[in-house]
Design a protein around this ligand. Sequence first.
Ligand code: BTN
Length: 329
Amino acid sequence: MSRQRVCAALQAAEGEYRSGEELSRDIGISRAAVWKAVEALRRQGYDIEARTGKGYRLLQSPDLLRQDTLAHYLTGQRENWQVLESVDSTNSACRRLALEGAPDGTVVVADCQTAGRGRRGRSFQSPAGKGLFFSILWRPDCAPEKLLPLTALSAVAACRAIRRVTGAEVQIKWPNDLVLSGRKLAGILTEMALEGESGHVSHVVVGIGINVHQRPEDFGGEVADIATSLDLALGKNVCRAQLAAALLEEMDLLRREVLFAPEKWLADYRSACLSIGRTVQLIRGESREQVQALAVDEQYGLVVRHRDGTEETVRSGEVSVRGLYGYTE
Ligand code: BTN
């Protein structure tokens, strides 16, 4: 394919110019075909400069998220993972694989989701080439209560992966939004299926979506004023394949430890949780109440103090943190 050959020739030139004439001669295509190939590569995200009298030079290649790029960053042997160019939702893909009998630990990563899902029936914006959309299937033989900390701890695993790759200290807004520079960086959606007879967990899928390359104009609708990406917050280009490999490894570690040693993760959760010690707004249905967030208990509930001095542990739901995501009241 001439596009791939033009791309290879420009990559081999290592940032130097190659004239249209040279490219056309070496590859054996017309100069018009070279131009068409350059245009196609630009649409794929390649930054190619064209200069009269000099020709073309490759300034930057796109951050491709593919099977081979991810494999390159995995530190050990790991089977049962796949990278898709596009899928409705990596959580749905994992669920379908689970129903077909896929093994414990199966991972699906995608460059783009056409129907990415968020919590509370919301959608999750998942444009091609911008984010990391990751889901892992787990088949633990346990009662569902044992997995209560799973989503919170997956947030810790994601923080660790991001720290490992970028050095950034990401925080957690209780229960499991990842926050960087005061804005939402990533979200987590856990979905569980139970066995009818025993009530045991038949499978669970943890889905993590991390914003990586988005520019401000890429965030639309209700997230426009609250979201950020790693590139925006850190001012550098983060490699999605490297991040995916780190996330896969951290999630494998979590799978091994969550049932047997969840306390090993509690200290990390507490120190990353930015809600503790702040005024937060408890959102329950239509009601809004301002409370003080005091601590996170052993089951990852948020201990809050009401205005009348009584204390309560909130186990699910949503809280807004004052000063964050535009909540200032
Ligand atoms: C939220 O913040 O509301 C949770 C967002 C979870 C998004 C991830 S992206 C990978 C996986 N697939 C989905 O459809 N959703 C999760």
